[in-house]
Design a protein around this ligand. Sequence first.
Ligand code: GCU
Length: 657
Amino acid sequence: MFRTLRRMAVGLLLAMAVAGPAHADDGYRLWLGSAGGNASVTVEGNSPTLILAADELRRALPANTPPIRLARVKDAGLGNEGYAVRRSGSTLVINGQTDVAVLYGAFALIRHVRSGGDPAQASLRSTPRVALRLLNHWDNLDGSVERGYAGQSLWDWWTLPDYRDPRYTDYARANASIGVNGTVLNNVNAKAESLSAPYIAKAAALADVFRPWGIRVYLSARFSAPIELGGLKTADPRDPAVAAWWQAKADEIYRAIPDFGGFLVKANSEGQPGPRDYGASHADGANMLAAAVKPHGGVILWRAFVYADSDPTDRAKQAYAEFQPLDGQFASNVIVQVKNGPIDFQPREPVHPLFGAMPRTRLAAEFQITKEYLGFATHLAYLGPLFAEALDTPTGHVTQGNEAGQTVADTLTAVSGVSNIGRDRDWTGSTFNQANWYAFGRLAWDPTLPAQAIAREWAAQTFGPDARVIDTASAMMMRSREAVVDYTGAFGLAHLFSSDHHYGPGPWIDDLKRPEWNPVYYHRADRNGIGFDRTRTGSNAIAQYAPAIAARLARPETTPPELLLWFHHLPWEWRMADGRTLWEALARRYDRGVAEVMAMRRDWATLKGRVDPERWAKADTYLAIQTREAKWWRDSSLAYWTSLNGLPLPQGMAAPE
Ligand code: GCU
């Protein structure tokens, strides 16, 4: 009996030794890792933010790190948020003009060390390229999250404002570590109640927790709140009583939250109320709200995501048609928030034509970090390349001082990311989804960072210094988004998702209430061809782009192949640059997408024992699901296309199962 027990104990120890990292990791600590350091840090003064920065450094960096000194300095080149980290004699000095800049410098040093850099050699200097870097939570007051796949809302409205869950602090730490400096707490499909006194108090409690971390709170506002909350008969922005109501509401909020960021507004879009209900323009609506927050230094983020029955020819044209003519009419504290593409967060879209087309208006780019159209929390799709690709796209517009032409990033005052965070232990529903939150913050700070470098940096901090793990995980990540594009529909096909939930294939669907909700509206495939003609012979959406870009998009031969069917309707027999027919090329992309997912799973298998068992097993299971579902996408899509075009599958491809 005793011997058996002893044998079992020895066996267990051996098993633990072979299994590599023995402890399970549930992902709660994100890329911040566990406490284990004991670095020596000195701070001047007693600013709460500097004390937090010192704690982070002590917690993360080992005792043999050179002594670190945190100090505010005058260095105009750093602006309000930039930092400098450098060696001075035997000390490492972290400088910034403000406390929060020093905090960013502390996190930069931690990132440097945790991703393999030598602390003694650290020489880091960086200022953010975009002023406002915001998460947008689509969190409802009942705890549900619109398009959220990581559990209930993080905000426990029921126990706020009294109970401040320590998790709110961990949320703020994670965001500060990547430079996020604002958070919109509630869904753009907003309830008026979110601006009522009890909810203002709850938001104020969160703002108190976030403040030392440099994060401001914003709220989504329902345009008709003066009616629902205030008992007014109208929400017409030109009515003085309406303006007075908003002014009083803003004053009330700023009494509770002196550094309140402002309002995010979805107006006249998908059934939401707005100024158009009263014959007023988006500028009228936005400016009226802007006047209310202006005395307090707040901004209005006014979304350009609208589509109305007024122009049924092409949904992709509607935001530009409605907003571009208003350029120059928006108040200086209005920021028009534009989705990265003209439709809706597809696996690939061209950039929105409004970027660069409103030179007298401040703009924000809105990305979706939550993967509404890329397999929810289950599929592995690293969005770093998607964000970077959009930010780096030339707008074709040339401005004074920017004769080479602007990129999308050059046009921005703000970047917003629709959050993928919920109450799951790992915050985002899977380990790899954490990388999308991370990449969003890093790129919002510096849109020129390469997505691959961000992937490696994230992997090193998340999984530890094992080079095999970093190489393999980051390589998987870098191929993952293109795999999703391939198995959901390559070459610029878009919106082929099933029904309202947007999970799984549905290119055949054509019975939804509005024509532009139906996949057939987007692919326009029939016996002869496929794709949406957005040239002069079709909707002419290309005319919304700068002339140089529009000229290239006018012809399929000069359109980037990955956007071919977004802009052109072509015969199935169309010859691609490599001589294959469009049909063959498209069919093979579906196959490639499936093959890529299978390859990712094989690569992940080689890391068994090198990644802690809990996270390894979950990712492995999810990759198995993704393999099954990539095949489902491929087989059902191919079956549908062949039912239309009657063409055989390219040689060597098996018939759909
Ligand atoms: C998409 C999404 C909606 C969301 C909307 C928006 O259409 O499916 O859930 O409300 O975008 O961005 O407002």
